[in-house]
Design a protein around this ligand. Structure first.
Ligand code: ADP
Ligand code: F6P
Length: 324
């Protein structure tokens, strides 16, 4: 009987997950394995909701956002007995290895399953870019481009009306998306959890931009920051005379996650998917597949699971300097 590997997508979906599924399935078939797709993350695993995937099943999906397997949050997987139940299901179905495509929480769960001795390989996939072991995860680049398109458009109307905008982006507890969008979008301020910013400082940044004769001011706010965009706006609008600009709020939310993957994410996801199956093939398991210095690398879960990547302070210091 052929060896069987399974693949699932878990947590928040990210543009490029489908490209990773396609690469996993086709590489697995190429190396002579049967590949099963598990539906709706760990929920589907615990419910034995899976089936064989053929090369045709993953045709035409490389350019599609989301995940054809579906994704979910699965509280049961975190409970006592969840991991053991998952292992029992995998063994009952004669599955010899599992690829988990997902973010920080999903990889923490995958690491727990790997500690039972079951062969697991993780693929870093989250728009939050908070995973250790990789410089960038699947979905970050596409989500960032969506945020940038929005910021570029907002800037146009902001300039016409001499307004300031606070644009709130996703990222959970990580400020990477806000910081990267802020720099690439030419923002006057970035408010993120890693760099606590007092409310009064935001007013000052906007006022200074107004006094320098700018036609607009953009503040990018990470959803995990100490104050969200609405709270900041209420505070600023209560002191309108000090800000100078009229101020509006735009919350981008799930719009950032929903798009089609760009070239970078399709390539990254494909490289990650191929490597994940090659790892299972070579019995290199209990690892997360990521990108470091342009190379695809693997890092043992023991070094990355349950941890969060910090912010790059070299990028942080650029904001004030470039908002001149
Ligand atoms: P993401 O993977 O995008 O960060 P979540 O943090 O919501 O998304 O995690 C996705 C799923 O991973 C959770 O619903 C749960 O099933 C599993 N998971 C998260 N944290 C753990 C944990 N500490 N132990 C076991 N499973 C976990
Ligand atoms: O982890 C990805 C992410 O989009 C975070 O940026 C955000 O905080 C969270 O998922 C939103 O989760 P949900 O889709 O369950 O609302």
């Amino acid at each position: 009987m052929k060896k069987r590997f399974a693949v699932l997508t878990s947590g928040g979906d990210a543009p490029g997950m489908n490209a990773a599924i396609r690469a996993v399935v086709r590489t697995g078939l190429h190396l002579g394995y049967e590949v099963l797709g598990i539906h709706e993350g760990y929920n589907g695993l615990l419910a034995s909701n899976f089936g064989t995937l053929t090369a045709r099943d993953v045709g035409g999906i490389i350019q599609q956002g989301g995940t054809i397997l579906g994704s979910a949050r699965c509280p049961e997987f975190k409970l006592d007995g969840g991991i053991q139940k998952a292992r029992a299901v995998l063994e009952a179905a004669s599955i010899d290895g599992l690829v988990v495509i997902g973010g920080n929480g999903s990889q923490t769960g995958a690491a727990a399953l790997a500690t039972t001795g079951f062969p697991v390989v993780g693929i870093a996939s989250t728009i939050d870019n908070d995973l250790l072991g990789t410089e960038i995860s699947i979905g970050v680049d596409s989500a960032l481009n969506v945020a940038l398109e929005a910021i570029d458009r907002i800037k146009i109307t902001a300039s016409s009306h001499h307004r300031a905008f606070l644009v709130e982006v996703m990222g959970r507890n990580c400020g990477y998306l806000a910081l990267a969008a802020g720099i690439a979008g030419g923002a006057e301020a970035v408010i993120m959890p890693e760099v606590p910013t007092e409310l009064q400082v935001v007013i000052e940044l906007f006022r200074e931009a107004y006094q320098r004769g700018k036609a607009h001011a953009i503040g990018v706010v990470a959803e995990g920051a100490q104050y969200n965009a609405t709270t900041l706006a209420q505070y600023c609008n209560a002191q309108k005379d000090k800000v100078g600009f009229d101020l509006r709020v735009v919350t981008l939310g799930h719009v950032q996650r929903g798009g089609a993957p760009g070239a970078f994410d399709r390539l990254l996801a494909t490289r990650f998917g191929v490597t994940a199956i090659e790892c299972l093939h070579h019995d290199e398991t209990g690892v997360l597949v990521g990108l470091q210095k342009g190379q695809i690398v693997t890092t043992p879960y023991a070094l990355v699971a349950g941890k969060t990547k910090g912010i790059d302070h070299n990028l942080v210091r650029m904001i004030g300097m470039l908002a001149a």
